[in-house]
Design a protein around this ligand. Structure first.
Ligand code: PLP
Length: 398
């Protein structure tokens, strides 16, 4: 048997060191609880970074994996299979979209969305319409295209030059957006609730203003709902909380409940520009992963489930405002549904580290924002435990 220390030593010896992992080894999970190899229990308010929306060992997911595992795992996109067709139908019927392109991750979904926007503009005969507009605080992924529309300088600088024709405007500032959106813009990409950049919801005026600016210059509006979509904000899609519809929406993280998948949802007007051979992926839309995603989507997309998320999100918001905000360490709380940021006086990393001593897993969203992304299945009693452990943590850090 390999001991905890041996596992940590192997990681440090053999894995490329792009993550700093804490000194424990996670072994199993159940509901909203995680257990390490020493048997220590943690309440999970991170959900594998917004992936485990239904928590651990969820029966819907276990059953779908069993069903998928006895069928075909992979045949490639060269052939028809039922699960990707059924999943695409249900995604379209539950959203603004007419068509879906499947991929394997969030970054890949945004890569595809940027490519589709360029091809769409070109198909209209606008060869100069190649510009993208993104925003301060944005995070769209680590691959070259997705990174090009990601604002954080330290993620970008070591890998420049990135793709060209990207302008950044200030998030939630329509005047700033107006300065850079023009006839040469093919797409504007925005997170309705910024995740990594500090859990900042877009204002309604900002998103509807962006929609209007895109209409004015005939550019596409891409909403990145990779972190904030699929029930996280209390509606199925975060854009539904605003008075807009996008032209493209990207999804990933929670869609297959923990298995890798990404999706690009498009209107017919955009998809009409794409032809066979324009884009592809070997692994994407495999029958197993689509069977699981289909089950997850239909589990979340019920009025009962979504109203539960909304009610529990309101409960968490009230608790944070009444019990956590009074802490001298916390300057502001902001968020939506079950996606919250606590703007902290000390470095957020110190709070996240201390929380583990109290059996609580949370994460950062930038240097001074503590982020809470509990599974959407977390109950009010479990939210009470989250708040208790958070308060103990703040006391210890203070
Ligand atoms: N877009 C948003 C809003 C994200 O939060 C993330 C990941 O955190 C990504 C894109 C990239 O997704 P992935 O890590 O699956 O490539």
């Amino acid at each position: 048997m390999t001991t905890t220390q041996e596992i940590i030593q192997l990681e440090q010896q053999y894995i490329l060191q792009t993550y700093k992992r804490p000194e424990f080894v996670l072994e199993r999970g159940e509901g909203v609880w995680l257990y390490d190899s020493d048997g220590k229990q943690y309440l999970d308010a991170c959900s594998g970074i917004a992936v485990n929306a239904l928590g651990y060992q969820n029966q819907t997911i276990v059953d779908a994996i069993r069903e998928g595992a006895t069928g075909l795992l992979h045949v490639s996109n060269l052939y028809h299979t039922a699960p990707h067709a059924l999943l695409a139908r249900d995604l379209c019927q539950a959203s603004f979209a007419d068509r879906v392109f499947f991929c394997n991750s969030g970054a890949e979904a945004n890569e595809g969305a940027l490519k589709f926007a360029r091809k769409w503009a070109r198909s209209k005969g606008h060869s100069d319409k190649t510009g993208f507009v993104a925003f301060t605080g944005s995070f769209h992924g680590r691959t070259m295209g997705a990174l090009s529309v990601t604002a954080t300088e330290k993620y970008r600088a070591p890998f420049e030059p990135l793709i060209g024709n990207v302008s950044f405007a200030e998030f939630n500032n329509l005047d700033s957006a107006r300065e850079v959106i023009n006839q040469n813009t093919c797409a504007v990409i925005v997170e309705p609730v910024q995740g990594e950049g500090g859990v900042t919801p877009a204002t309604p005026e900002f998103l509807s203003g962006l929609r209007a600016l895109c209409n004015e210059v005939n550019a596409l509006l891409i909403v990145d709902e990779i972190q904030c979509g699929l029930g996280r904000t209390g509606s199925l899609w975060a854009y539904e909380g605003y008075d807009i519809t996008p032209d493209i929406m990207t999804l990933a993280k929670p869609l297959a409940g923990g298995l890798p998948i990404g999706a690009i949802l498009l209107t017919e007007a955009v998809s009409g520009a794409m032809e066979p051979g324009d884009h592809g992926s070997t692994f994407a839309a495999g029958p197993l992963v689509c069977t699981v995603a289909h089950a997850v989507l239909n589990h979340i997309n019920t009025p009962e489930f979504l109203s539960q998320v909304k009610a529990n999100g309101d409960y968490l918001a009230t608790k944070l405002n009444q019990e956590v905000l009074p802490s001298p360490l916390i300057k502001q709380v902001r968020g939506k549904g079950l996606m919250w940021g606590l703007i902290s006086e000390p470095p957020a990393g110190d709070i996240v580290t201390e929380a583990r001593n109290y059996g609580l897993i949370i994460l950062v969203a930038g240097p001074n924002v503590v982020r809470l992304l509990p599974p959407l299945t977390m109950t009010q009693a479990e939210i009470d435990t989250l708040i208790e452990r958070l308060l103990k943590t703040l006391e210890a850090v203070g």
